[in-house]
Design a protein around this ligand. Structure first.
Ligand SMILES: [Zn+2]
Length: 288
């Protein structure tokens, strides 16, 4: 059992912490990095401004933390684009993406749009998969990508790039949260984005992936399969609790991310249990 190779290890990606605060990724898209770096958020949350140049409008995707310095950077980027914000889109409800959605939506007089009514708020709009949003002189297609969590959406741009939130990260792999996430849904969502043939993946955290997005999605699929094999092998070897599984499987990763690893492990066990490949007895598991 060998770990699949991450194709990005051969790419010239910026080092952790080296992402610029503001970057134009393509004429349609400016990225503004929020000042909230951590083990889970990598360089920080990526906030995206999307709009046809010259339209005078932009959509804000994942405003991120409600932070004064971040708001100032977003407003400066809007001014650079000579655009006003006409909608706030949110990929999922996690606080590092959604916190500023309602306050900034109110500030800009722009509706909040998300998969969940709790995120969209009373004046917002709940989005459905497959919708084509005509906003800011362009079209954003709503792509349902549940798995990381149940209400996760991605947005496909007219350029072929896909804003993927935490479905795919610029570095490393994402977490299938538990109990709100779902490994089977996550794998389907990876395949769904793959089938779009994205020209680029603009991630919720970390650098943009432009060189070979399909290879990254293949790696993500292989990585989940590998983790599943590791869990099955460890259970066969006598590991019976999530703590024992994490300590063995994630020995090489910083302990800061072990709580997230435990969630992914629980999500994997839920899939294996449903498939009858392991048996759960209270907090313990054993081979089927
Ligand atoms: Zn996030």
């Amino acid at each position: 059992m060998t770990a699949p190779a991450d194709p990005r290890s051969r790419w010239q990606l910026p080092a952790p912490g080296a992402l610029p605060r503001t970057a134009e990724l393509e004429p349609l898209v400016t990225r503004v990095l929020a000042p909230n770096p951590s083990g889970m958020t990598l360089d920080g949350t990526n906030t995206y401004l999307v709009g046809e140049p010259g339209s005078g409008q932009a959509v804000l995707v994942d405003p991120g933390p409600d932070d004064a310095a971040h708001l100032a950077a977003v407003e400066a980027a809007l001014a650079d684009r000579k655009a006003r914000c006409t909608a706030v889109l949110v990929t999922h409800h996690h606080v590092d993406h959604a916190e500023a959605a309602q306050p900034w939506g109110a500030r800009f007089g722009a509706p909040v749009m998300a998969a969940g009514a709790d995120v969209a708020g009373p004046r917002g709009r709940v989005l459905a998969g497959g919708e084509r949003l005509r906003l800011a002189g362009t079209v954003l297609e709503v792509v349902p990508t549940p798995g990381h969590c149940a209400d996760h959406l991605s947005f496909r741009l007219d350029s072929g790039a896909v804003l993927v939130g935490d479905h795919v990260l610029g570095r490393g792999t994402s977490v299938v949260t538990h109990p709100e996430g779902d490994v089977v849904a996550y794998l389907e969502s990876l395949r769904r984005v793959h089938q779009l043939g994205p020209s680029a993946l603009y991630c919720g955290h970390g650098p943009e992936l432009t060189e070979d997005p399909g290879a990254v999605l293949d790696y993500y699929l292989a990585h989940r399969a590998y983790r599943e094999e590791q869990v099955l092998a460890a259970v066969a070897d006598g590991a019976s609790t999530v703590d024992e599984l994490v300590a063995g499987i994630y020995a090489a990763v910083p302990r800061e991310v072990w709580p997230a690893a435990a969630q992914s492990t629980r999500a994997t066990l839920a899939k294996l249990t449903a498939e009858g490949r392991v048996v759960a007895e209270g907090d313990a598991v054993r081979p089927a």
